[in-house]
Ligand binder design. Sequence first.
Ligand code: 5AD
Ligand code: SF4
Length: 470
Amino acid sequence: MSTEVLQQTKETQLTGNKQFYIESYGCAMNFSDSEIIGSIMAEHGYGHTNDEFDADVIFLNTCAIRENAEKTIRDRLKHLRLNKKKNSDLIIGVLGCMAERLKTKLLEEEKLVDVVVGPDAYRDLPKLVAEVEEGNRAINVLLSREETYAEISPMRLNTNGVSAFISIMRGCDNMCSFCVVPFTRGRERSRDPESIVAEAKTLSEAGYKEVTLLGQNVDSYLWFGGGPKVEFKNADDSTKANAVTFAKLLEMVAKVDPNMRVRFSTSHPKDICDDVLYTMCKYDNICKYIHLPAQSGNTRVLEIMNRTYTREWYLDKVKRIREIIPECGISCDIIAGFCSETEEEHQDTLSLMQQSRFDFSYMYKYSERPGTLAAKKMEDDVPEEVKSRRLTEIIQLQNELSLQNNSAYIGKTVRVLADSLSKKSDQDLSGRNDQNIKVVFPKGEHKIGDYVDVLIERVTVTTLIGKAIN
Ligand code: 5AD
Ligand code: SF4
């Protein structure tokens, strides 16, 4: 019987006190999805364990964005197979983007896992696990145009009780030519704002002090009663007037609790607009920080990346952000050595970084992903050593910029939300300022979850170090 048929024929039959263990890889969205998965499993009688050796079911919630990410997961899966030697009933599942991309491959060809579930099929997980318990293999990698898991209240996993993610939309319609996400996460869809606000309220009541609204392209969020976004153009005037844009949603969440910080990620330079920037100004509890991936500083490269903006457009956006919110922190994603990138075009990326003065960046070598437009139509022709050298130059420049930006904080006081003990010393607390820069200080009487005013005395490339003054 094919696995597709199997998944439709059996009702969920989970019994006993079974436990699942989950590891998340990749972006914040995956960590957030794992909390939805946790909630779905708990509802079907599964307990959560942090010990893989106690688990009856092990899930890896995976990332496919670069080849390296997939290699790490494959190695981990091979290692986990050894656990099966000790517990022959152990079920291993691969979830998320790599499951979606490889579909039956890990199940049938490589025989590394028992169950494969894509990002839009998590409601089916208990049923699929039950299939495996009956001795079958199971898969559901159907993508959906509607699924947002809106009403599911996520099980907060490995939480510090201070910060939490709220997923506000799923999928991506942008089709950047290098990116596998539109294929693994499907079409963009926004989640009902009422369920988002309700989740924020629940978190506030539980004592959380910070929420991060998550989407691949949050500025494109739009709710007008459900239904595909293309229909919005033809909607009547009152529907249009009542629609919830990202700026409105941000305001609704900010109003939930003035003592709870609101962050968001990721912004696309083509979509972030003044409304969002003015809303950020209006509310003290919306953090003054924007993650604004540029990917490249050269207009020709941006065009073949299908980013739909030019270098000038990007620089204008940065200028606009700094005009409206002078103290705003900005971070970036950059790809080194995309197909056909020349030395001059690489220099344009460095100069865009100089001009934008990013607080920090996530920097990567281009990694060709099967099925993307770039893989189909362009040659991955920048030699590996050239990619590495360009990436090194990008990282060196970012380190200089970060150190300069951080140095400007010396002698100033910043408000920090303490979210953990410092990794280096349990006598120090660690947290983030409004601009999302890490701050470390001696804990004194303060505890995790406190807002603390910290006078900055010295800095490193990544961290501000100081002492509490309140
Ligand atoms: N190669 C390298 N980096 C990539 N990213 C996305 N796809 C690729 C790829 N094929 C980076 C982009 C994106 C971030 C999440 O990952 O910079 O913004
Ligand atoms: Fe990928 Fe581009 Fe969508 Fe980001 S905006 S997830 S880079 S396709």
